[in-house]
Design a binder for this molecule. Structure first.
Ligand code: ATR
Length: 310
């Protein structure tokens, strides 16, 4: 089947983007541009390397340049919370922003995503959402065949992505959640919040003293070739988990996933999470149903270079 041809870029082309540091590994442009092309939308999606100390300036730039939407990745998801004009309940509940919707008032004075408005004057406001949290739970079920309810889980990372995952898994009713983070104080702080909000969950910090159903890597360690495995495999052998999920999808097999596969664990990378968080962001910006299968196919082509994932 031939690929749909994107509309040529014109002065009316609407813009969305993903910002992070690093960002060159991102498969989001391939996924979103495929979706725009399939639906015949005159939109484009870019990737920009934005350092955390420039995030506020970048958001102001996007606001005045008429951007319709932005996705945020490492290391912006927590930082962005205080830079939004409005927080959707999803961002409040899961404590991080990965999707920004730019809104302006329509002719009736109703705040509306900028992407739906042909002409708009007046102020633009930034509304922050979290589409990661639902995406990780869906991908755990579909790609790792793992049911969070009642599970014992080791979660690596307590940044924006780790925090959203931890809170969402607690809400799903995991039995025991171990939080392990390079900077221990962040894991301790997150554990205290979970103990307060989800008293039925047995939340601990550090490495488990038992086997677990799954390990979830929500750190950014593994994105770069020289990164260490974010788990001390001597202290906690990966074979003590039935399954391992890594939110990283490029490389498609991180050293952690390789060790897990060799130890006989079921494994999945973060492609499914990327897909579902992206589909939800696409729907918020365009108010159109996301063409999921076209987005999935574009991601698989981008990450594996073939029509099929492994
Ligand atoms: P995001 O918003 O995408 O979650 P982040 O908030 O910067 O990005 O979080 C990155 C996570 O990866 C943090 O848990 C970080 O640990 P620290 O809290 O100690 O910074 C973790 N991380 C990054 N590099 C790491 C490394 N080399 N080893 C272990 N953990 C690492």
């Amino acid at each position: 089947m031939s690929e749909p041809v994107p509309k040529p870029v014109t002065a009316s082309t609407r813009l969305a983007a993903v910002w992070g540091a690093p960002i060159r590994h991102s498969a989001s442009p391939a996924m979103h541009n495929a979706a725009f092309a399939v639906l015949g939308l005159d939109w484009r999606y870019l990737a920009c390397e934005v350092e955390p100390e420039r995030l506020a300036v970048a958001l102001e730039g996007a606001r005045v340049m008429g951007f319709c939407g932005v996705n945020l990745t490492v290391p912006h998801k927590r930082l962005a919370l205080e830079m939004m004009d409005e927080l959707d309940p999803s961002a409040e509940a899961w404590g991080a922003v990965n999707t920004v919707v730019f809104e302006a008032e329509n002719a009736e004075g109703v705040w509306t995503p900028v992407g739906l408005l042909k002409n708009f004057r007046g102020p633009v406001r930034l509304r922050g959402y979290n589409t990661d949290a639902d995406a990780i739970v869906r991908s755990l079920r579909e790609d790792l065949l793992m049911e969070p309810r009642g599970a014992r889980v080791l979660l690596l990372g307590a940044g924006g992505a780790g925090r959203a995952a931890a809170l969402r898994l607690a809400d799903e009713g995991v039995e025991t959640l171990w939080l392990q983070n390079r900077t221990e104080s962040k894991a301790v702080e997150l554990a205290a919040e979970i103990a307060d909000r989800f008293p039925a969950v047995d939340v601990r910090t550090g490495l488990p003293d038992s086997d677990v159903e799954f390990i979830l890597n929500a750190t950014s360690s593994g994105l770069k070739a020289e990164d260490p495995i974010p788990l001390d495999l001597e202290a906690y052998p990966v074979a003590r988990a039935d399954a391992v999920y890594d939110m990283i999808y490029r490389p498609s097999e991180t050293p952690l996933l390789k060790a897990a596969r060799e130890a006989g664990c079921r494994t999945a990378n973060g492609l499914g999470m990327l897909l579902y968080q992206g589909a939800a962001a696409f729907e918020l910006w365009t108010q159109r149903p996301a063409p999921i299968e076209a987005m999935r196919a574009a991601l698989v082509r981008e990450v594996y270079g073939t029509g099929e994932s492994r």
